[in-house]
Design a binder for this molecule. Structure first.
Ligand code: GLN
Length: 491
């Protein structure tokens, strides 16, 4: 029997249905893989007893022919999703040992459809970061290493670094993730996994620790485009408990895989061709465009003129919303409490000790840009820029463009500690991804090649609102052409 952990969800589904193996065997294989991969620090909590109980229950349902769309499939959950009776920390000391009495809508839909929970995955503290180095549990290690003897540990990207690392290292078959400015797509690109950031409102945010509520979206990280489509179907859907969740039927995303791309118009935005862009990224982008062309799509140059303002505007809007969302961590309601002589001092002590440096920086920037004297100059202006960015995309799609192709990241994975000094350098990682959140659009990152250090690189496809299906169709064309990439095991 092949190693059960190397199967895709689509393959495991067949094996489970054929009784080639049970969900309990599949789950045990993954629990063992998790134990053997502690060096990656991808899981902050594994839940073996719960996993086995869920697997046994799944096996019983499968035996009755009632397995469900994800029957018996073991998954990892980003620690930003509340899981009932299972510690949920957002990887912040401030949440401490918070054990939610409720389950996030997205994860509850996965369990409804038969999936098995292996445990909780590491992430940047409150999902703020691009390298998973801001977690209170320490950095996650990318299973990919540079070729040629250099064994320095690389970041898996962030904030969903644990999700990406665990999926790439075969510790779970798929994972939940969230994306506020690139946190699904950037780590997917750094680990040769597939990451889908759905249209804003497609997945419920209920029960997900909030970072910037107008930008946050949940989505899957998986090892193939098909697997991402399978997971999306369970994760998406209307939820009356999230007023921004949209009431539209959830399509069978998997059915869009293999559809023809003939006649589709793919936009190549000229503003994404950055000065000093590496020749490898340029080549990757050209390759992707050629593969889509060979498959029958038409390539057109398009312009998204406000692109250069997206990153500065994002780093005003996101911290502003974060500062307001994080006001609730006051030492009264959740997790950590550090006493003081007065209630204000208790708030201050708790927040000073509970939040890491990056989170404190965001809270301060956010509070500043929302303050009376600066609100118009910064926050309001950033919101206006946001409207212009959204309009750029609308104008582009109005010309008949079906989807837009860009690189997912400006580089491959970098070393742990390498970008520690300058926050701006870290923020530049999101240059190709934040526009999509600002406009509320769907975006997928698909592995598309490797750089000269043999590290994976990804391409991004951006779609019209609620047209995730086309992104799955196009993403699979790239996947077919580029092939799939698996890191060599060293951990
Ligand atoms: N890297 C971006 C940030 O730090 C995006 C994070 C995210 O998408 N959650 O804000």
């Amino acid at each position: 029997m092949t190693d059960l952990t190397s199967l895709t969800i689509a393959e495991a589904r067949v094996g489970l249905a054929n009784k080639s193996f049970t969900s309990l065997e599949l789950t045990d294989a993954h629990l063992q893989a998790i134990e053997g991969a502690r060096a990656l620090n991808a899981f902050v909590l594994s839940t073996p007893d719960q996993a086995r109980a869920m697997a046994r229950a799944a096996d019983a349902r499968i035996a009755k022919g009632e397995g469900g769309p994800l029957g018996g499939i073991p998954l990892g959950i980003k620690d930003l999703f509340a899981t009932r009776n299972v510690r949920t920390t957002a990887c912040s000391k401030n949440l401490g040992n918070f054990v939610p009495p409720y389950e996030s809508t997205v994860s509850s839909q996965l369990w409804r459809d038969g999936a098995v929970m292996l445990g909780k995955l590491n992430n940047d503290e409150f999902a703020m970061g691009s390298s998973n180095e801001t977690s209170c549990f320490g950095p996650v290690v990318n299973p990919w290493r540079r070729q040629g003897g250099e064994s320095a540990h690389l970041v898996p990207g962030g904030s969903s670094g644990g999700s990406a690392s665990a999926v790439a290292a075969l510790l779970c078959m798929g994972a939940t993730a969230t994306d506020t400015g690139g946190s699904i797509r950037q780590p997917a690109a750094f680990t040769a996994t597939v990451g889908m950031k759905p249209t804003y409102g497609r997945c419920s945010r209920w029960g997900i620790v909030a970072f910037a509520s107008s930008l946050d979206q949940a989505g899957p990280i998986a090892r193939s485009v098909r697997d991402a489509a399978i997971l999306m179907r369970s994760m998406a859907g209307h939820d009356p408990r999230d007023t921004t969740s949209v009431n539209r039927p959830v399509p069978d995303y998997e059915a869009s895989i293999g559809k023809s791309v003939k006649g589709m118009k793919i936009g190549i935005p000229k503003e994404y061709r950055l000065d000093g862009m590496s020749t490898e990224i340029e080549k990757l982008w050209r390759d992707g465009a050629n593969w889509l062309k060979v498959a029958g799509a038409e390539l057109v140059e398009v312009s998204l003129p406000h692109t250069k303002y997206a990153l500065p505007a994002y780093y005003i809007v996101a911290p502003a919303e974060a500062s307001s969302n994080l006001a609730r961590y006051d030492g009264v309601r959740y997790g950590l409490r550090v006493p003081g002589r007065s209630i204000s001092e208790m708030y201050e002590n708790t927040r000073a000790e509970g939040f890491g440096a990056e989170v404190r920086r965001r809270v301060m920037i956010g509070t500043y840009v929302l303050s009376a004297g600066y609100y118009d100059a910064y926050y309001l202006r950033a919101q206006k820029v946001r409207t212009l960015i959204k309009k750029d995309f609308e104008d582009c799609f109005a010309t008949g463009v079906t989807a837009i192709l860009t690189p997912a990241t400006p580089s491959s994975a970098f070393g742990i500690g390498e970008k520690g000094g300058d926050p701006i350098e870290m923020y530049l990682n999101d240059i190709f991804t934040v526009t999509v959140n600002m406009a509320g659009l769907p975006g997928i990152a698909v592995p598309a090649g490797k750089d000269r250090q043999a590290l994976p690189l990804g391409l991004q496809l951006i779609g019209r609102p609620f047209d995730e299906e086309t992104l799955f169709t196009l993403g699979e064309v790239i996947e077919q052409a580029a092939g799939r990439f698996t890191p060599e095991r060293w951990w």
